[in-house]
Write a protein that binds this ligand. Structure first.
Ligand code: B16
Ligand code: MG
Length: 216
């Protein structure tokens, strides 16, 4: 029996990648770097500072900024990103998410968020689903990002269960790798790319039946 569900945020609960893209694209343009949607794929699931480092490397500017300057660039991107998030509403939940979370709640299956985003609590509030989660891992407490399993282990701890007792939902390969690395059952969601190692792949969460899933 599985005892809890652990969700990635961007790409599983809602699609914030489009807002990240606008904010990074504009920031990069200010320092003479052009990024496109294809490059943006590489930033999915990657932390804010690691995303900036990837953009600087892509524009051959990896050594052009001090740590303070990089922190200021990341902060500027985040201010713009948070402005864009103001328009989020429950209509921005991905299809089937609300139904699935409501089913889990009805069946007393606790849910947690394992997202690299420091904006996760704000995003969940805007989507009006914050009450449906029993825990959110604070990414500021992590030593390593995905594909390290740390974030998923911490999410299981928040639910007072073992990783093997949880089911993890992810749209990115790094996330699936992290889920599998701690012995969790992995559900791959919505990805255009094949997700290697996922135990199950679905397009929408309501393709799944909560009662059947917990029997796995
Ligand atoms: P923030 P996830 C990730 O969310 C995004 O996919 C990634 O593009 C972003 O850089 C990261 O969160 C950090 O977000 O700047 O808001 O702290 O897929 O892990 O839910
Ligand atoms: Mg994601």
């Amino acid at each position: 029996m599985k005892k809890g569900f652990i969700f990635d945020l961007d790409g599983v609960i809602t699609d914030t990648a489009k807002f990240h893209f606008i904010a990074w694209r504009d920031l990069a343009a200010e320092i003479g770097i052009e990024v496109d949607l294809k490059f943006n794929e590489q930033l999915k699931g990657i932390s804010r500072m690691d995303s900036l480092e990837r953009i600087l490397a892509y524009g051959n500017r990896a050594n052009d900024f001090t740590t303070e300057e990089k922190e200021a660039l990341a902060a500027k991107k985040n201010t713009h990103y948070v402005e864009l998030l103001q328009s989020l509403s429950p209509a921005d939940l991905l299809p089937g998410v609300k139904e699935f979370l409501d089913d889990a709640r009805q069946q007393n299956i606790p849910c947690a968020i394992a997202s690299a985003s420091k904006n996760a609590p704000f995003i969940l509030k805007k989507l009006e689903v914050a009450d449906l989660f029993d825990g959110i891992v604070d990414p500021a407490t992590l030593h390593k990002g995905k594909p390290d399993p740390e974030i998923f282990v911490k999410a299981a701890e928040l639910l007072n269960i073992q990783p093997e007792e949880a089911i993890g939902f992810e749209d990115a390969q790094a996330g699936i790798d992290g889920i599998k690395a701690c012995g969790m059952f992995a559900v791959g969601v919505l990805s255009d790319e094949p997700l290697h190692g996922a135990d199950l792949t679905v397009k929408r969460l309501d393709e799944l039946n909560v009662a059947e899933l917990v029997q796995l």
